[in-house]
Design a protein around this ligand. Structure first.
Ligand code: SF4
Length: 277
């Protein structure tokens, strides 16, 4: 590891910072880890969205040392997420992606599985690495890989159910309301054009299903349609927003990944709104 700093002893218990990790990397910014450069890779290691073996410039022993140095934080949420990603990638490596593609509404060509999320294409290779023309946000990666590796799969039925009615949804309902429905309702209250804008930005469509100001259908995954139904506040009536799911969603994504996907979506909508204002 030419010119790299002294390694932190394994098991020291102190979390590595992105700069400390960066000092151990080649710093060539070659991009083979599918990130813009070594600093971005170091930050991704800390966030738990990449692992040392994703940098081909590191030798096997350097990868092991780095992995060990990161290990003391194994009970942190980001490291738990990294462990989960490891398991998902392991599953991907054992899969025949070409055979899986038509079943999950994806396509396969040149060794890449392509999945459309909200009108944007994401590509996954046989090692579980993901690329896209748009910036890959960590919250997209877990649900996408989880979707591909999910053991069951159903086609959309056209019947809408609540999050609570999805398999395992009862346990997550409180968190879903506080992290997804409530902040999205508040966003829509403050930005009356938001939901209509989402139709165009994310290849959504409006439907006439319920008595509401807008019923918007989005596809964060090909066979994972979400219906957002919003009624604006009126005189002394408070606003109302409900997120509903096609019946198939419970078969196509584990409830935890469904929550990660929805809460990530709402955070992204909030970010878009902040940028616009
Ligand atoms: S593959 Fe390794 S050396 Fe190349 S940019 Fe990524 S972290 Fe840096």
């Amino acid at each position: 590891m030419t010119g790299r700093q002294q390694q932190q002893p394994a098991g020291s218990g102190r979390s590595l910072t992105p700069l400390e990790i960066y000092s151990r990397l080649e710093k060539s910014n070659c991009g083979r880890c599918l990130l813009p450069g070594c600093l971005a890779f170091a930050a991704a290691l800390v966030a738990g969205t990449r692992k040392p073996s994703d940098c081909p410039a590191l030798s096997e022993s350097e990868r092991d040392e780095l992995a060990q140095a990161l290990r003391p934080r194994s009970s942190s949420p980001s490291h738990l997420q990294a462990d989960f990603l490891d398991r998902l990638e392991e599953k991907i490596r054992a899969m025949d992606l070409a055979a899986v593609a038509p079943r999950i509404g994806a396509t396969y060509a040149n060794g890449l599985l392509t999945i459309n999320s909200l009108g944007k294409d994401f590509h996954i290779d046989h090692l579980g690495r993901m690329t896209s023309q748009c910036h890959i946000i960590p919250w997209v990666r877990v649900p996408l890989l989880s979707y591909v590796t999910n053991p069951t799969h159903r086609l959309p039925t056209g019947n809408w159910i609540s999050f609570r009615e999805l398999e395992g949804g009862i346990d997550w309902q409180g968190l879903f309301r506080s992290r997804c429905e409530t902040p999205l309702r508040e966003l829509a209250d403050d930005n009356p054009e938001l939901l209509s804008d989402l139709v165009e930005l994310f290849s959504g469509r409006t439907v006439q299903l319920f008595a509401a100001d807008i019923n918007l259908v989005l596809h964060p995954l090909p066979h994972f349609p979400v219906l957002i139904s919003y009624q604006a506040p009126e005189e002394d009536l408070a606003s109302n927003l409900t997120m509903l799911f096609d019946e198939c969603c419970g078969s196509n994504l584990h409830i935890k990944s469904a929550f990660t996907l929805c809460s990530g979506l709402v955070r992204m909508f909030a970010q878009i709104t902040r940028q616009h204002t």
